[in-house]
Design a protein around this ligand. Structure first.
Ligand code: CTP
Ligand code: CA
Length: 227
């Protein structure tokens, strides 16, 4: 019903969305992962498609039905996500980076299954991954709108989000306070603050589809102001 008020206000906009959480192999059967379900990114994709955008979703380990009207590219690791986003980025007008991308990955994943016999414990060395959003931002062209997410826990959240906005050269950061119970990870609801250079706008707790619409509304406003 929200679509009625907005119509097809995203017609002609090409949107690239990343969603889900990457998994970095430890061995042939285990991985380092995170709690992202992909719901927020999929909601952005579904709402954008309903509002007329041409949508590509890079989905990292998402176990949800495809968002109607969007093209889905499936990936596993941060490096695969980097490749997929890198291929689609130049053709996109808007990037919404909702995926939880691993910051670190096992430096030397085992080819087989690590066995426990004869071990007192196990230490896994991790190495840094590439910051995909930062890399894409460095390659951005005029007319592109870049939105990041910031999952922060409690105190200093807004400052951290502002720092990410600046450091990564973004137009907006969607701040998620992951310390609030019942929202964010694997929930159907969310509550966010949309941080831009201009201001911070609080979007009160609502279904992720409504949060998605609020993010897309802000994207349209930013694009109107920039043109
Ligand atoms: N991101 C990315 N590539 C990474 C890590 C993060 O593209 N290797 C993106 C995320 O998709 C998100 C934004 O950067 O849109 C911020 O991610 P977040 O984890 O909140 O921030 P980091 O910069 O990774 O810092 P930290 O985890 O230490 O808070
Ligand atoms: Ca991170």
């Amino acid at each position: 019903e929200a679509a009625l008020g907005r119509g097809r206000d995203l017609a002609g906009v090409r949107l690239l969305v990343s969603a889900g959480g990457t998994r970095e192999p430890i061995d042939a059967v285990r991985y380092v992962g995170n709690r992202s379900s992909g719901r927020m990114g999929y909601a952005v994709a579904a709402r954008a498609a309903a509002r007329g955008a041409e949508v590509i979703v890079v989905a990292a380990n998402v176990a949800l039905p495809d968002p109607p009207g969007a093209r889905v590219v499936r990936v596993g690791t941060a490096e695969e996500l980097r490749q997929a986003c890198g291929s689609a980025f130049a053709e996109a007008d808007v990037l919404v980076m909702a995926a939880a991308v691993a910051d670190f990955r096992p430096a030397d994943p085992a080819g087989g299954k690590i066995k426990k016999d004869g071990r007192e414990g196990l230490t896994i060395e991790l190495e840094s991954t590439v910051d995909v959003l930062r890399e894409l931002s460095a390659a951005r062209r005029p007319g592109q709108t870049l939105i990041g997410f910031a999952a922060e826990h409690g105190e200093g959240a807004l400052e951290h989000a502002r720092g990410k906005l600046r450091r990564k050269g973004l137009d907006g950061v969607v701040l998620n306070d992951v310390s609030q119970p019942g929202i964010a990870f694997d929930a159907t609801d969310n509550a966010v603050t949309i941080v831009t250079a201009e201001d911070e706008r609080v979007v009160a707790r609502a279904a992720k589809e409504q949060i998605a619409d609020a993010i897309l509304d802000r994207v349209l406003e930013l694009r109107a102001a920039a043109s």
